[in-house]
Design a protein around this ligand. Structure first.
Ligand SMILES: Cc1cc2nc3c(=O)[nH]c(=O)nc-3n(C[C@H](O)[C@H](O)[C@H](O)COP(=O)(O)OP(=O)(O)OC[C@H]3O[C@@H](n4cnc5c(N)ncnc54)[C@H](O)[C@@H]3O)c2cc1C
Length: 289
């Protein structure tokens, strides 16, 4: 990112000083830059025209706008693409709808000090039946300007990974459970999240002198209802022939429109999105005229 738009963090050298760098987010979308991000524009329609062009309709600050180009790479969620691009063949739209995003809740809790955690004597706790399945301390990374806690007297952050726990009858597929869990992430109030966090930390740390009333100084709850790309699960998903898996059918090039995202690789990590982007650009670079 820094190499694409250096003005976002002009004084930064790289990893060694990134943690304490000042960011100017307004530099992400300057009209005179070769690379622009965060355009504050929501695409609502994409259409290939009969004269080999692509029309993209979008909304910016409430105004409907349109742009026409020679090529288009759709890099949003697979589940949205059939609605944005109704022109796609029905089997492709069905394939794009197959895998839902996997919901997650990532919570960070700032503790006044690390005494109770240090008495616990571990860096990672697994709680499979609780709202947060993993509790862990941040890796002790030192980069320019940023230091991990030096002793238990320093404030510390506990990271809590929540996988929404929904009622299961045993007949639902994992894809259905992901969709139900997404609704739960949206519908849960912050008061409930806070109570669960306090209860769980009290349960884990209480016998080491922890008091959630006085020892918690801040909580951030990051809800990711559309979190990870869906990866097939052996319990529910068949083993498809090569080229026949939904993500492969779904990512088929459609003339001047290509699809690039981690969903199109059925793999939830950044390298999937980069691989998909490379494939999509290659597809379009072979589509001349
Ligand atoms: C909480 C969390 C932590 C993660 N941690 C890691 C990690 O440590 N390492 C790792 O490798 N991966 C991690 N990932 C996964 C990684 O973030 C994804 O694999 C990667 O960002 C996927 O890229 P993408 O391009 O498919 O989608 P995204 O990065 O989600 O990009 C899609 C973009 O499309 C935009 N968009 C959607 N619809 C429209 C529309 N209609 N009009 C305009 N724009 C639209 C969205 O705003 C978004 O900016 C994490 C994911 C989550 C949720």
């Amino acid at each position: 990112m820094h190499k694409l738009i250096p003005n976002v963090a002009p004084g930064t050298q790289g990893f060694n000083d990134i943690a304490a760098s000042a960011f100017d987010y307004s530099a992400l979308d300057q009209a005179n830059e070769a690379v622009r991000l965060r355009l504050n524009s929501t695409v609502v329609g994409v259409q290939e025209t009969v004269n080999n062009r692509v029309v993209v309709d979008y909304v910016q600050e409430g105004s409907p706008l349109s742009v026409t180009g020679d090529h288009c790479v759709l890099a949003c969620y697979n589940g949205a693409i059939p609605y944005l691009c109704p022109q796609l063949p029905e089997p492709q739209k069905e394939a794009l709808n197959y895998g839902p995003k996997v919901p997650l809740v990532w919570t960070n809790v700032l503790l006044k000090n690390g005494h109770a955690w240090s008495k616990l004597g571990v860096s990672n706790v697994t709680c499979p039946d609780d709202p947060y399945v993993v509790l862990t301390v941040a890796p002790p990374t030192t980069t320019g300007g940023h230091q991990p806690p030096r002793s238990a007297d320093d404030p510390m952050v506990v990271y809590m990974l929540g996988v929404p726990n929904v009622a299961v009858t045993g007949s639902e597929t994992s894809r259905e459970l992901c969709r139900t869990a997404r609704h739960q992430v949206y519908a849960t109030t912050f008061e409930t999240y806070e109570r669960e966090i306090r209860d769980q930390l009290q349960g884990v740390l209480g016998k080491h002198g922890f008091d959630h009333e006085t020892d918690i100084t801040a909580i951030t709850v990051n809800r990711w209802p559309h979190g990870y790309a869906y990866e097939y699960m052996a319990l529910d998903d068949p083993k498809w022939e090569e080229g026949q898996a939904p993500h492969e059918i779904g990512r088929a090039q459609f003339g001047r429109i290509s699809i690039a995202n981690s969903d199109s690789e059925a793999y939830a990590y950044l390298d999937a999105a980069v691989d998909a982007a490379w494939r999509a650009v290659q597809e379009q670079s072979r589509t001349k005229g």
